[in-house]
Every structure is written in structure tokens, then in C-alpha cells.
Design a protein around this ligand. Structure first.
Ligand SMILES: C[S@@+](CC[C@H](N)C(=O)[O-])C[C@H]1O[C@@H](n2cnc3c(N)ncnc32)[C@H](O)[C@@H]1O
Length: 283
């Protein structure tokens, strides 16, 4: 990918006090700085770009953060829609529960290792957290990012209830940032890219936030591309556009191919409407 990230429209530039996450990984052999410090650097940088870190001990409370959100006239319907969903916990879990086998495939494709730092991009209510945490172990770290205050609140409450010290929730828009450059070993996103108003920018931000050799594991959907099943596209798209803010005509798999250095489509589902892919960034 061309390194045009500094000039990309909409890309948030770093403030002067923003510390590069490079210093987390001076070299992989070095044990000078641990995962905890890396996670702190990453969280500070989210803070510097206007996102809100929702954890105990931060200055701003959840309510402050929501008050500060500039959502007046927000053209993105998704934020309000997902706030609505966040208040319907049982319905959400019931609907998402249908896709549990796909989620299981995703965890397998992630192949997490202990000590890794993972971003759960558009984490929703934190459904992936427990398994991500199991994957990276006590020495790894999980950061969940979501722009819906309701979803972020649910995710943060889950973390508090469970007492997971290495899981943190950030309330922020992935279109602005997915974190500092080269911060994460792995980024995962489940059932979310196709709901984003500007998935292309988010994919580019994810590329920037991945460490060299990092992997972006994506479970998502797209219009059906082959065979007679294509006939259902207009209905399928309309239905999911209404219920989950699906962005019609946005083919996230092709966008991934354009931005990442390589992509491996591990699995497809529902006549190609669903896919699981591992996109990688070269070393
Ligand atoms: C269908 S939910 C999936 C949530 C979760 N990944 C899961 O598997 O259950 C889509 C999520 O994407 C989030 N989202 C959409 N656009 C976003 C953006 N630009 N930045 C951050 N989160 C976003 C929504 O708030 C919502 O929580």
C-alpha cells in the first residue's frame, strides 16, 4: 500500500504529546517494555485523538464522554441505531447467537498467541472479549473500540463485572483512528465493517495501526457475487440496511484487497454473502 496516510483526508494527525507506539517494540527480543506499558501508550494516543478510554481511574467519566460527543446533526445513522440495539440485550444476543459458529471459525483463524496486543474493532457489547482474553493470556492486552455510546457502555460494564484488568474499552470512531501506527499485533472485526459509513477509511486506519507482519481478521458480509442466489441481493441488502445499517453496494472484501498486502479468504458462508478473511501487512 502506498504510504499516503499522513495526507489522507479525514485522517487524524497526531498531537505533539502523542507517543509513538514504536517504542513499545524497539525489537522483539527486548524485554525492556512490557505489554502493559504498550497498552498504556496506545490508550494515551486514543485519548490524544479525542476518543475516550472507558476504564476506572481515567479523569473523564462515561457520562462526560457521552456529553462531549458531537452527535448533533450526525449524518451517521449507525451510532443511533446501535445505541438502540444496545438497550435490547436479549434480542441482540439472540440474533447474534445464530452466527456463533462463524464466530468460532474467526477465533480459530485468529491463532492468537500469548502476549499479543489485540484490537477488537467495533467491539459492540464485548461479545468477543472473553475469548480474545483467553487467547492472549494474562500478559497480552485487548482493546475494544466502538463509536456507539450504548455499546461501549455495555462493553465497559462487562469488563468491570469480570474484573479483566487487561481489557479496556475505547469510545471512538474508527473512521478517525484505529490507534497509533503499528500498535497492534492483531486486529479483529466481526459483523461490523459492512455497517460502517466509510469502511474504506476504517480499513486504511486498521492497516496503519497494525504492526509489520500483523494480521487483520475480518468476519463480514457483502452482496452475493455468484450464481442464482444473486437474485435475493436487493431484498437482502434492504433488510440488513434497515436493521444493521448495512451500507449498500460497499464491498468490504474488495476494499481489503486494495489496501492490504495479501488476503486469504478462509471461509465463505451463505452463497458468498458472508466471508472470513485474514488480511496481512508485510514485515
Ligand atoms: C453488528 S455490531 C457488531 C458488534 C460486535 N463486533 C459483535 O460481533 O457482536 C456493529 C458494531 O459496529 C460499530 N460501529 C459501526 N461503525 C463504527 C465506527 N465508525 N467506529 C466504531 N464502531 C463502529 C457499531 O456501533 C456496532 O457496535
Amino acid at each position: 500500500m502506498n504510504d499516503d496516510s499522513a495526507t489522507r483526508p479525514g485522517k487524524v494527525s497526531r498531537s505533539d504529546d502523542y507517543e509513538s507506539s514504536d517504542e513499545c517494540r524497539p525489537d522483539q527480543e527486548s524485554d525492556v517494555i512490557g505489554t502493559d506499558d504498550c497498552a498504556d501508550v496506545i490508550l494515551d494516543s486514543f485519548d490524544a485523538t479525542g476518543a475516550t478510554v472507558l476504564s476506572e481511574g481515567t479523569d473523564r467519566t462515561y457520562t462526560d464522554a457521552v456529553d462531549e460527543l458531537d452527535v448533533d446533526g450526525d449524518p451517521d445513522r449507525g451510532r443511533g441505531l446501535y445505541d438502540w440495539w444496545s438497550g435490547k440485550e436479549r434480542l441482540y444476543d439472540g440474533v447474534m447467537g445464530l452466527a456463533e459458529p462463524l464466530r468460532e471459525d474467526t477465533f480459530e483463524a485468529l491463532s492468537l498467541e500469548s502476549d499479543e496486543i489485540v484490537l477488537d474493532l467495533a467491539c459492540g457489547p464485548g461479545t468477543n472479549f472473553e475469548r480474545l482474553r483467553d487467547g492472549v493470556g494474562p500478559d497480552g492486552a485487548v482493546i475494544g473500540l466502538d463509536y456507539s455510546p450504548g455499546m461501549a457502555r455495555q462493553a465497559a460494564e462487562l469488563v468491570d463485572e469480570q474484573g479483566w484488568s487487561n481489557v479496556t474499552v475505547v469510545l471512538g470512531d474508527a473512521t478517525n483512528t484505529c490507534g497509533p501506527d503499528q500498535a497492534f499485533d492483531v486486529i479483529v472485526t466481526t459483523f461490523a465493517l459492512h455497517t460502517m459509513a466509510d469502511a474504506n477509511t476504517v480499513i486504511e486506519n486498521a492497516y496503519d495501526a497494525l504492526a509489520p507482519d500483523g494480521r487483520f481478521v475480518v468476519l463480514d458480509s457483502r452482496p452475493i457475487t455468484d450464481g442464482p442466489a444473486r437474485i435475493v441481493n436487493p431484498i437482502y441488502e434492504r433488510l440488513i440496511a434497515w436493521t444493521v445499517n448495512h451500507q449498500r453496494g460497499q464491498d468490504t472484501r474488495s476494499l481489503l484487497e486494495e489496501t492490504f498486502d495479501s488476503i486469504d479468504v478462509v471461509e465463505t458462508y451463505d452463497a458468498g454473502a458472508g466471508y472470513l478473511a485474514v488480511a496481512t501487512k508485510d514485515a
